[in-house]
Design a protein around this ligand. Structure first.
Ligand code: MUC
Ligand code: MG
Length: 380
């Protein structure tokens, strides 16, 4: 079997509401959809999702597409897509960094390989250890009472019992009041955690985390800038509340560094920031060796990327802190013929070969950027 073509399509899909993060507010999510085809006509799907363009990490959908088209595709065509390890190593040799781009391609190669072998993608990663994964929802409307109402609706629908709040955009004291009010409101009925997305310095983090911990917040995600591993280690040592590494944890080498320095109690895994499913599995192995539990993070993927993440996460025993694969639920529309199933506070695996999802051609035609230009990000 040989790789015949690699197609990259830029897609923009509006969100159901404004999503506020420490660095901006999102009304539209941006994607690169990767479609690889083999010489015998099979198709594999991958996706790179960015939040706020290059505001969360360095890559934007435009750079991802450029890297794939210009620097990866010419070297991958003609190769056997089932040589996942070899092609992953080749991509690392050809392109330094740009892990979102490589992840999207590797996802598509994995999907294609699994379809060729007529097995679910998780089989190629060692098989499924989780039947379901608890599913967090992110409350980020920018308004405390609106967040509480949204959380109540999610609880009533039995969709979620873990809520993540996005804070760090404004006055830290106001953020603490906002998060404390929500944590106290849902106490005993839902778990509340916060994602600061690198917004605080260590002093601010020390003061705020003490108050968040007292209010019952269960987990603090990426409180300080990603390179300040020393500050994360001091915070992790100082507080009982779990400190989770997100932006600080990209590669398996980052995982090793964080583990050796005891700089995080929990690792947030994401296929894109790691560089693909294989690097995510390596990161999870380091976490397991270090006794660090993992959380299944997301970048607000469509059902394409979400299915890729899910097939990887169900194969990782160390995912014990739930996941946030709710991207499709925050989008006004999706790209696949059969969206993923959500119920009883969890996301459930699709049956089928590969990732088990197929592109709906009408949806792709409607949302692809070269047919319908859309605004990417609005300022906070
Ligand atoms: C992040 O930093 O975890 C995923 C969902 C969300 O609301 O933000 C993210 C990215
Ligand atoms: Mg995060």
């Amino acid at each position: 079997m040989k790789l015949h073509s690699i197609e990259t399509v830029l897609v923009d899909i509006p969100t159901t509401r404004v999503h506020h993060l420490s660095f901006g507010a999102i009304t539209t999510q941006n994607y690169v959809i990767v479609r690889v085809r083999s010489d015998d006509g099979l198709v594999g799907l991958g996706e790179a999702s960015t939040i706020g363009g290059p505001a969360w990490a360095e890559e934007s959908t435009e750079t991802i597409k450029g890297i794939i088209d210009q620097y990866l595709t010419p070297h991958l065509l003609g190769r056997d897509p089932r040589d996942l390890q070899a092609l992953s190593a080749l991509m690392d040799k050809l392109v330094r960094g740009n892990r979102f781009a490589k992840a999207a391609v590797e996802m598509a190669l994995l999907d294609l390989s699994a379809r060729a072998l007529q097995v679910p993608a998780h089989r190629l990663l060692g098989g499924q250890v989780h039947q379901r994964i608890d599913l967090a929802w992110t409350l980020a409307s920018g308004d405390t009472e609106a967040d509480i109402a949204e959380g109540e609706a999610k609880l009533a629908a039995r969709l979620h019992h873990i809520f993540k709040l996005k804070i760090g955009a404004g006055d830290p004291a106001a953020d603490v009041r906002h998060a404390s009010r929500i944590a106290e409101h849902f106490q005993g009925r839902a778990t509340v955690q916060v994602d600061v997305n690198q917004a605080w310095d260590e002093l601010t983090a020390t003061r705020c985390i003490a108050r968040l911990e007292a209010a019952g917040v269960a987990l603090i995600e990426q409180p300080v800038v990603r390179h300040d591993v020393a500050a994360m280690a001091r915070l992790a040592a100082r507080f009982d509340v779990a400190i989770m590494a997100d932006e600080a944890l990209g590669t398996p080498a980052d995982a090793l560094n964080l583990a050796q320095r005891a700089a995080a109690d929990v690792f947030a895994l994401k296929l894109t920031k790691a560089g693909g499913p294989l690097a995510t599995m390596k990161t999870a192995a380091i976490a397991e060796a270090a006794g660090i539990p993992c959380y299944g993070g997301c970048m607000l993927e469509t059902s394409v990327g979400t299915a890729a993440y899910l097939h990887t996460f169900v194969a990782i025993a160390g995912i014990r802190m739930g996941c946030e694969l709710f991207g499709p639920l925050l989008l006004k529309d999706d790209l696949v013929t059969h969206p993923l199933r959500y119920h009883d506070g969890a996301i459930h695996l699709h049956e089928g070969h590969g990732f088990g999802v197929d592109i709906d051609p009408d949806k792709l035609a409607h949302y692809r950027r070269d047919r319908a230009p859309r605004v990417a990000v609005s300022a906070a």
